[in-house]
Design a protein around this ligand. Structure first.
Ligand SMILES: Nc1ncnc2c1ncn2[C@@H]1O[C@H](COP(=O)(O)OP(=O)(O)OP(=O)(O)O)[C@@H](O)[C@H]1O
Length: 694
């Protein structure tokens, strides 16, 4: 066991001195013990410091009431943890992180790539919930209903631009203005100001035609638009030239220090030196803040020339030194907290970079819905091709469906071989062939049987109708000889048919019309013999159908399913337009993705479309849209009973074919099942999105 470590109240003048003192002492001690000590000290510090305490501490133990020094911090985080994934793939990103951002301060959040800066910002704006610890933003927990975060109070500029590519700059700002309930006049004057500040081109320019840097500036303008109380900027100066960067910083300092409402700003940047202009910087590594000080204090403490050097020094320290620094900060905080917070309160108000537009989870407000409608209309207007695709193409599909589906085949080529020698003046073979429909069949005559069969084999005809040499004689015998008729006569009086059965629809029509032709021929024969032609008919009588026509059409069966499918595809296409550029979505993008369940389980719109395509066709098949469920195996029928389209298609079929109204069970069941599925999927989407946010 190593020596017991007791953190005394060392008479040190600076963090650096404390670090050295502790470092020397701890070199002898096993690292595991130091880790435990660090954790325990942190807990003790966190336990004693609460938001109210900070106010007290900042004022040297006295509550001074209102005024800048008496204000609680804009952001206060203690011991927050956040991880992604579960089980062995769990990734701890924020580890017991503590952070204090005073109101009206500019706070530079610095750290190597992947250390968790964006994750922290997402927690602050309420896009992610922390796993544990306390996080208070503007006096409340982010994401709490009615708190305003996410919402108008916070402006968030994510790393990705997250803009609507087909919008102009002006339309983009108007859209977000509507979301934030700004008046037209407010939006107009802010637009003018921001275009000038950020040296953006004309507001009529379309976003997708802008350069990368210009897009980022539009994104920045969106974050500044409603003059939020907290502005969070995730690398806002990437791709921005030094002059403009300077101008942006001037503006940030202006709104943090001189604005009517002092804005708190948190800014992440890879240009470390620009963070010197911040009131306070947080140096982040491995999900923790190694230091949180004014830039100059840090530089002096570490005896370095630049903030970048301090940053590098801290990042290059090995694991042991890292923990020593953590420990000295913890002990420093616990033992010198009054001094530290006094420093904070005595410093000028800081700026932190925030920038967000997220609405609280739940139903979008009427205002937001209105903004959405305007946005969708603008997008459609801008994209005529899309409009045609989404609305005209489905209509065209329905028209094409009606034209192409359901009619009987006609002009079907059949090969005829008639060798009938006839009887007296009659040639029954020819008369039978004449009785065959000239609409359905296109008769091609052959002299020999082999050539006729060959024509079917080559795909030139769908059937061979072959009539033997003694057909007339044998047929006459067949009708007159009664029971004494021989098999040879029966065979000779038969028309031989050789069909290509590869197309069921054509084969059925060919067979049906060949039978009908024979009945016509038989009736004509009986009439000529002075007998009742009705004798040629089957002793079955199909009366007027209860529903539908005597000759049903396949189209009538298919139409309901096709209407449902097309409607579904239209809805899919429309909801996908809500997705904006970039992985991050601002307010409305979030809400629209909440609305469509397929997006809630997919990372992006392409995988959502693939998922829709992949699930849509099996669902259509099983729902009895293309073929009756009654013709499917029993186990498939059980599945189809669980699918929404089955009931919807049946309901529409009942309305269209049977003329039923909504009071009939099968019709209202279709509506109820569809509504139930929609509500269920919506709830699942909301839950999935909520869980993803965790
Ligand atoms: N949605 C997510 N699911 C799983 N892991 C994630 C997710 N988002 C971020 N991470 C991981 O969390 C860690 C911290 O990511 P984060 O984006 O917060 O870092 P960062 O400090 O902002 O990096 P950079 O400066 O490069 O933007 C990284 O290892 C990243 O891969």
């Amino acid at each position: 066991m190593g020596r017991r470590v007791r953190v005394r109240d060392p008479p040190v003048q600076s963090l650096r001195e404390l670090n050295h003192a502790l470092h020397d002492e701890w070199q002898q001690i096993p690292q595991q013990r130091i880790r435990r000590l660090v954790t325990s000290m942190r807990r003790r510090v966190e336990n004693v410091i609460q938001v109210q305490d900070i106010v007290m501490i900042e004022n040297g133990g006295q509550h001074l009431g209102s005024g800048s020094s008496g204000m609680p911090p804009a952001i206060w985080a203690r011991g927050i943890n956040k991880s992604y994934g579960t089980g062995s793939s769990k990734l701890h990103v924020l580890n017991d992180l503590c952070m204090t951002v005073p109101q009206g301060a500019i706070y530079g959040l610095l750290g190597p790539s992947g250390c968790g800066k964006t994750t922290l910002l997402r927690c602050i704006v309420g896009r992610l919930n922390v796993d544990s610890g306390q996080l208070i933003v503007l006096g409340g927990k982010p994401g709490t209903r009615g708190h305003g975060i996410p919402g108008r109070m916070v402006g968030y500029m994510p790393q990705e631009t997250a803009l609507f590519n087909d919008f102009t700059i002006g339309e983009t700002l108007s859209y977000f203005g509507r979301i934030h309930r700004m008046t037209r006049e407010e939006v107009r004057s802010r637009t003018e100001f921001l275009l000038d500040l950020l040296t953006l081109p004309s507001q009529k320019r379309i976003v997708k035609e802008l350069s990368g840097g210009q897009k980022r500036r539009v994104s920045f303008a969106v974050a500044l638009l409603q003059e939020p109380e907290i502005l969070i900027l995730d690398e806002p100066t990437v791709g921005v030239d030094p002059l403009l960067r300077e101008k942006i910083w001037e503006h940030l300092i202006g709104i943090a220090k001189h604005g009517e409402v002092k804005t708190t700003i948190i800014i992440t940047t890879h240009y470390i030196e620009e963070a010197r202009q911040a009131d306070k910087v947080g140096l982040m590594r491995n999900g923790q803040l190694l230091a949180e000080e004014a830039p100059n204090t840090l530089i002096q403490s570490f005896n370095m020339q630049s903030l970048e050097a301090v940053f590098l020094k801290m990042c290059q320290t090995d694991e042991f030194e890292q923990e020593a620094i953590d420990l000295h900060i913890s002990s420093y905080q616990s033992q010198h907290s009054i001094a530290m917070f006094s420093f904070i309160s005595s410093s000028e108000p800081t700026i932190s970079v925030v920038h967000n537009f997220y609405c609280p989870i739940g139903c979008p407000s009427a205002r937001n819905m209105f903004a959405q409608i305007i946005k969708n209309m603008t997008m459609m207007q801008r994209n005529i091709g899309f409009l045609v695709f989404e609305f005209l193409l489905p209509s065209l599909q329905i028209i094409l469906f009606c034209i192409c589906i359901g009619s009987d085949p006609f002009d079907v080529p059949v090969s005829v071989v008639n060798k009938d020698a006839g009887l007296l003046t009659w040639n029954f073979g020819q008369e039978y062939i004449n009785a065959l429909s000239n609409t359905t069949f296109k008769k091609v005559y052959y002299d020999d049987f082999d050539s006729a069969i060959e024509s079917v084999r080559h795909g030139d005809a769908w059937a061979v109708i072959s009539i033997g040499q003694n057909f007339s004689v044998d047929l006459a015998s067949r009708f007159s000889a009664g029971t004494k008729i021989s098999n040879e006569t029966l065979d000779g009086s038969s028309v031989k048919l050789y069909l290509d059965m590869t197309s069921q629809e054509i084969a059925i029509i060919v067979q049906q019309d060949i039978n009908n032709g024979f009945q016509m021929f038989a009736k004509a024969m009986l009439e000529r013999l002075g007998m009742n032609p009705g004798l040629a008919e089957l002793p079955l009588k199909y009366e007027q159908p209860v529903y539908g026509e005597k000759k049903p059409s396949f189209m009538n069966f298919m139409a309901p399913g096709i209407i449902i499918s097309i409607t579904f595809f239209m809805a899919t296409g429309l909801t996908n337009t809500d997705v904006c550029d970039g992985e991050e979505r601002r307010v409305i993008g979030e809400e629209s993705s909440r609305r469509c369940d397929h997006l809630s389980v997919c990372e992006n719109e392409n995988s959502a479309i693939q998922l829709v395509m992949g699930t849509m066709y099996p669902a259509m098949l099983i729902s009895g849209i293309l073929w009756p469920i009654e013709a499917m195996p029993q186990w498939i029928r059980y599945i189809s009973m669980c699918l929404p389209m089955t009931y919807a298609a049946e309901a529409i079929r009942c309305v269209l074919s049977r003329g039923w109204d909504v009071t009939e069970f099968l019709v209202y069941r279709g509506y109820l099942v569809s509504i139930g599925w929609s509500v269920g999927l919506l709830l699942i989407s909301a839950i999935i999105l909520k869980v993803k946010q965790l």
